[in-house]
Design a protein. Structure first.
Length: 115
């Protein structure tokens, strides 16, 4: 499985971005796709994830501002980020998981939010 993420960038507080992550390769089914982020000096934390059935989970800090969605036919997950805050700055990593089998990470995409 290979994951290719894109969409990061430099934005001012209050701005928006849309991250994308596509999975390719011979991997069978995907049970979860999602996003973690890592801010400087902080551990990697879950931002949002979406199950194959559409069930979503969000970190409390992003609820109401971030929206995760997926296109199962394209094995792609999206993260719409609105009302960005400086504390949203970090490297955003997408991941894909098949329960009991594998979990793969994308290469990370940097989001920088200026105040």
């Amino acid at each position: 499985v290979q994951l290719q993420a894109s969409g990061g960038g430099f934005v001012q507080a209050g701005g928006s971005l849309r991250l994308s992550c596509s999975a390719s390769g011979n991997f069978g089914r995907i049970d979860y796709m999602g996003w973690y982020r890592q801010a400087p000096g902080h551990p990697r934390e879950l931002v949002a994830r979406i199950r194959a059935n559409g069930e979503t989970t969000y970190a409390d800090s992003v609820k109401g501002r971030f929206t995760i969605s997926s296109d199962n036919a394209k094995n792609t997950v999206y993260l719409a980020i609105n009302s960005l805050k400086p504390e949203d700055t970090g490297v955003y990593y997408c991941y894909a998981q098949q329960f009991g089998s594998w979990l793969k990470w994308g290469q990370g995409t940097l989001v920088t939010v200026s105040s």
